[in-house]
Design a protein around this ligand. Structure first.
Ligand code: THU
Length: 145
């Protein structure tokens, strides 16, 4: 699958984010090695700490279905008011949404840091690609135990 297609899924899925407290919507489209896509959004909670990020929602959906091989994840985010704009309807966002440290560590559990790609997108045509090891250098993972 092309990364622009992955970005399209992530951008469209932003509308499903449940973020009434921060008003910051995040959506992630996780591409498996065999070409399937698992989508996740951030899901907040009135008690705050149970909140889960979009990336972990996507990973946990996939892992709980037995998937272990991942190629890339595309992450998008925006403030809630952006979802009402003409730009959003055209698939254009005005900010990047890099993954938090906890989500980077969850990726590290299931992905080869030298191979797995993290794609930050603002539209299907505007994205930046990183390898996990660039965003989580000198990391601690399963091989350390
Ligand atoms: N958030 C994510 O979904 N992914 C990240 O990697 C960073 C933060 C969410 C959590 C919370 O619902 C909102 O963004 C503001 O922190």
């Amino acid at each position: 699958m092309e990364y622009r297609e992955l970005a399209k899924i992530a951008i469209k899925g932003l509308a499903l984010s449940y973020a009434p407290y921060s008003d910051f919507n995040v959506s992630a489209a996780l591409l498996t090695k065999d070409g399937r896509v698992y989508h996740g959004v951030n899901i907040e909670n009135a008690s705050f700490t149970p909140t889960v990020c979009a990336e972990r929602t996507a990973f946990f959906k996939a892992v709980s279905e037995g998937v272990r091989g991942f190629e890339a994840i595309c992450i998008v985010g925006c403030h809630h008011e952006q979802l009402m704009t003409e730009d959003y309807k055209k698939g254009i966002l005005n900010e990047w949404a890099p993954p938090c440290g906890v989500c980077r560590q969850v990726m590290r559990e299931f992905c080869d840091p030298t191979e797995f790609k993290i794609i930050l997108a603002r539209s299907e045509d505007d994205f930046r690609i990183f390898r996990l090891e660039e965003l989580l250098p000198e990391s601690f993972g399963p091989e350390n135990l």
